[in-house]
Design a protein around this ligand. Structure first.
Ligand code: CU
Ligand code: CU
Length: 287
């Protein structure tokens, strides 16, 4: 049982050890396997077949398991390390934490958006993007998207998601109007920036590699998803009678039949079900 901490509360030594463990996984080729898995499971509503990771009910348990796998490998390198979380309703500036020189490093530079500071700067020699959907070899960011600014999600916007009393609703995709899952994943209605809410909006705000399937190339991905997981965890505690949905496959004739994971079905690429991941109290806690 270990504790995941708010990144703003880490000591300098904890930051250093987290970064060192991430860099060791990268050096050993293990980090890029996580990038590949995420790209492979980056499927949208329109895709045929099963959607396990995104635009689907299992968005939350899929990323819970994905974080656990990553954290397990980090802890093989250094047993004291856990994945910190970034509360983006609180740390909202492109210059404060988690963007310090000794942690995530800063924004991308003008022009090519290349991150040039911190441990993941290309020139530092330890972070070459080798599995991606573009040709960029260097990590990119565009914090706050100055050309067309948008803000990080607010506390109120997060409450718009966590105020929902059910886990997910039909049609179990990015157009579900109610339910925690789609409001937290953040597929909103409307045009422009209004379309991006909560989790999705954070990916837009960071920009660069965080925009697409290869977003895992930016290590802030893990801090972001640890916070999403924490939000789900708190919601579960406040809604003890609200299980993962759907409980079973949608009925014959439904467009979503066979395309979403029901509560007791395995989530590829793992042999674990959403039901088995609902209670994480035996594995880790949030501090
Ligand atoms: Cu994802
Ligand atoms: Cu994400």
């Amino acid at each position: 049982m270990h504790t995941r901490k708010d990144q703003r509360d880490l000591t300098a030594a904890e930051r250093r050890r987290f970064v060192a463990a991430v860099l060791e996984l990268k050096r050993a080729g293990r980090y890029d396997r996580f990038v590949r898995t995420h790209i492979d499971y980056y499927k949208a509503d329109g895709a045929t077949g099963l959607r396990a990771a995104h635009m689907a009910p299992s968005f939350l348990p899929w990323h819970r398991q994905y974080l656990l796998e990553f954290e397990r490998e980090l802890r093989e390198v250094d047993p004291a390390v856990t994945v910190p979380y970034w509360d983006w309703t609180r740390d909202r500036s492109p210059v404060g934490p988690p963007w310090g020189e000794d942690f995530m490093g800063g924004n991308g530079r003008r022009g090519d958006l290349q991150v040039t500071t911190g441990p993941f700067a290309y020139a530092a020699g330890n972070w070459t993007v080798s599995v991606g959907v573009t040709e960029d070899r260097f990590l990119t960011r565009d914090l706050g998207r100055p050309k067309d600014p948008l803000d990080l999600p607010t506390r109120e916007e997060l409450a718009w998601a966590t105020g929902e009393a059910v886990y997910d609703t039909e049609p179990w995709n990015s157009t579900s109007r109610g339910g925690l899952r789609n409001r937290l994943e953040g597929w909103g209605q409307g045009r422009g920036s209004a379309r991006w809410r909560n989790h999705n909006r954070v990916h837009r705000w960071v920009g660069g590699h965080m925009l697409g399937g290869a977003s895992v190339n930016d290590p802030v991905f893990w801090l972001h998803h640890a916070f999403v997981d924490l939000v789900w965890s708190r919601w579960q505690r406040r809604n003890p009678g609200a299980p993962y949905l759907p409980a079973a496959q949608p009925p014959a004739g439904s467009a979503q039949r066979g395309r979403v994971v029901a509560r007791d079905e395995p989530m590829p690429p793992w042999d674990v079900t959403p039901a088995q991941l609902e209670d994480h109290s035996g594995l880790y806690r949030y501090g």
